[in-house]
Design a protein. Structure first.
Length: 85
C-alpha cells in the first residue's frame, strides 16, 4: 500500500480500499447517476495468507452475507425517492 493510500485510509477512518467501486462511482458521478454499493471482503490483498486461498476460504460465508445484505438494502430503498435516502 502506498503511503498516500495509507494516509487517506487513516484520515477517513476507512477499513478497506475499494478500487473497482471507485471507478464505477466516478463514472456515475460524471453522468449524475446515483449509485449504491453492497460489497463484501473475501480476501486481504496485503495480508499474510495467499489471496486465492483466502478468497476460496471466505467465498461461501461472503455470499450468504451478501444475500442477506442485498435483501435488506432493497427493503430499505424500495418506494423511496432519492431525497428520502
Amino acid at each position: 500500500m502506498s503511503p498516500q493510500d495509507e494516509a487517506s485510509i487513516l484520515a477517513n477512518g476507512a477499513t478497506i480500499k475499494d478500487m473497482e467501486g471507485a471507478a464505477v462511482a466516478y463514472v456515475a458521478d460524471l453522468f449524475s447517476v446515483p449509485v449504491i454499493f453492497v460489497k463484501a471482503v473475501t480476501d486481504i490483498v496485503d495480508g499474510e495468507k495467499p489471496t486465492a486461498e483466502e478468497f476460496l476460504q471466505n467465498l461461501v460465508a461472503v455470499t450468504a452475507s451478501l444475500d442477506q445484505a442485498v435483501s435488506q438494502v432493497i427493503d430499505f430503498i424500495n418506494g423511496k425517492c432519492l431525497s428520502d435516502l
